[in-house]
Design a protein around this ligand. Sequence first.
Ligand SMILES: Cc1ncc(COP(=O)(O)O)c(C=O)c1O
Length: 496
Amino acid sequence: MAISQDSSKASILSKLLSPLRKKGSSSELELLDAMDSGQPIGDKDWQKSGKEHSWLHFTRHSPFNSSDMRIIVRGEGHYLYDSKGNRLIDALSGLYTCNAGHARQELADAAQKQMMELDFMPLWSFNHPRAIELTEKLLSIGPAGMTRIFFTTGGTEGVETAWKLAKQYYKLMGKPMKHKVISRMTSYHGTSHGALSITGLPNFKQVFEPLVPSAFRVPSNNYYRAPEQFKSEEEFGIWCANRLEEAILFEGPDTVAAFFIEPIQNAGGCFTAPPSYYKRVREICTKYDVVLVADETITGYGRSGEWFGSIRYDIQPDMMITAKAITSGAQPLGALFLKEKYFEPFSQGMTTFSHGYTFAGHPVACAVALANLQIFEREGLVDNVRTNSPVFRKTLEKLYDLPIVGDVRGDGYFFAIELVKNQKTKQQLTREESEKLLRGFLNNALLDAGLYCRADDRGDSVVQLAPPLTAGPKEFDEIEAILRKVLTEAWKKLNS
Ligand SMILES: Cc1ncc(COP(=O)(O)O)c(C=O)c1O
């Protein structure tokens, strides 16, 4: 499918890019020439330029030597459209972001209005109306006890900010040794040096080491793989929480600043935890004066079936990181929720939190977030998740009749299907098998069959699903039908 570019727009763009053209390689010249002359530009041109000059995130580029990139050109409702004219059902909400679905007119209108009113102002010493209004709105839907919002542009910055703030807070409180952090194994908390240190994925960290010292790990709540001695999830939950106490005591309570958890852990495949776990974690953090940080980069804004996982599971965090779906992905924005006690030492005298980001709390992003939350309320999106989550689970559980499906787990609109070699014994795929199956088959086969989701083996091999919160039984059936077809094929590949 050739997508033509409006010629006047192409010419403006070409003029803007003309400095690049002077130093550009031949392929840049070809694309720019085509744009300049108003020729139709489409997949072939984008493929050539993309393969020669783009660097995609977390992406192995070698396959592009022999096959095309997936270039997504349009999103509408629950669907994405690629540059070859294929339609994909978006069962990942972009990247856990587009919770209100794609192409919402109100978000575009809010952005345009805000751009003409105040296009930019940083939150460095100044404030602006949309940041103030959004702060009020966020605190009204957030967990009890939160009174301050520190804006960021994404999840990594939220994690980084929470750790730095915890360190400075304890220095101001006369506990300068409290600086260490604890997080859970296999967890993902972002890419900057600090956030990557908190991340519990050794393979992701090795090439960037040494990282920030003082970050330690405790087990995550993978009940599917819990040792048999645990007779219930509650019992396993208590055991996991007690590992936190053990780690704090081992490191020394006067050196530990914070514990980071996701309400539903993404990496590893949607690990939920029972109430006993969160209750015990809260007790331990209170007992040893450790900041309990909920990383809701994914679980925030309705994903769990409540506004926040912290509310759904009564986590009672001291700090809460949110990002992604705050704008349904239409603008980059993050918001760190804080209890007043962390602000108090900064409220007097010359004390400053010397930390911030140029684009954090961008007026356009804040305006879009406000419009997005209005959509959530008007359309009852959080209620929709609560009502339909059991239907989603049941639909996915139908796949248990496929021998490759070991476990279906998660909550809200956030589920993982763990792939196994033997349902009865729960035998895992080896690293080599997972590599062959996920990268050699599943990733492309799912997309070719019209499903955008995530096949992931940062932990055990899983397929993850997180559709927009506007989805319902019709979309679940479509997702299940494609998974059934592709996973049936995957089983054959695994055993061939
Ligand atoms: C739990 C968690 N924390 C932090 C991050 C990093 O967020 P970002 O990519 O917006 O920096 C992610 C990203 O997916 C995440 O899932």
